[in-house]
Design a protein around this ligand. Structure first.
Ligand code: S3P
Length: 179
């Protein structure tokens, strides 16, 4: 399949909530001139239900099952995509395998303080509801670090950096790893 779109890998962005996966991913999609897919949006579109309704009716477990289908569908796309994964998607070993098999996986990282400051006016994440966002992100970061490490080919630190700066760094890494 050399030279066909099948031989070109997806660019996959993983990392905690607030890491910039969606904004950076959209910018990368422009730079690479390819479609952008967000697994959270895919879950909502496929379920034809708002995110909050899915989480309320089916719980985190139901959401994760839907997320797994969304990850598999996105990874299986014959068209090379930029895929932004929900922050918990890589906790599942099948998801990690599917994404690594067809993509270059880039882990966007930042301190929990900076992640929380980016999400200060954001109430859309149920895992951050009603608590100290910095403390929750610190805890999730520690718990998830091995999964991000296992999923990613490369880590890009986003601390204090603009979307354009991070996107340029991500695309450079992508081109290196895509070969
Ligand atoms: C989650 C991250 C969210 C969304 C859901 C759960 C997580 O996506 O999938 O709220 O477990 O970290 P973003 O990382 O795009 O905010």
């Amino acid at each position: 399949m050399a030279g066909s779109s099948e031989s070109v890998r997806h660019l996959v962005l993983v990392g905690l909530m607030g890491a910039g996966k969606t904004t950076v991913g959209q910018r990368c999609a422009q730079l690479l001139d390819r479609p952008f897919v967000d697994t959270d949006e895919l879950v909502v579109a496929t379920a034809a239900m708002p995110f909050d309704d899915i989480w309320a009716a089916e719980g985190e477990q139901g959401f994760r099952a839907r997320e797994k289908v969304a990850v598999a569908d996105a990874a299986a796309s014959p068209t090379p995509l930029v895929i932004s994964c929900g922050g918990g998607a890589v906790l599942d070993a099948d998801n990690r395998r599917a994404l690594r098999a067809r993509g270059v996986v880039v882990w966007l990282s930042a301190s929990s303080t900076e992640l929380a400051s980016r999400l200060v006016r954001d109430d859309s994440r149920p895992l951050l509801a009603g608590g100290d966002k910095t403390a929750t992100l610190e805890r999730l970061g520690a718990q998830r670090e091995p999964a991000y490490e296992a999923a990613a080919h490369v880590r890009v630190d986003t601390e204090g950096r603009s979307v354009d700066d991070v996107a340029a760094a991500v695309v450079e890494e992508y081109r290196t790893w895509n070969g």
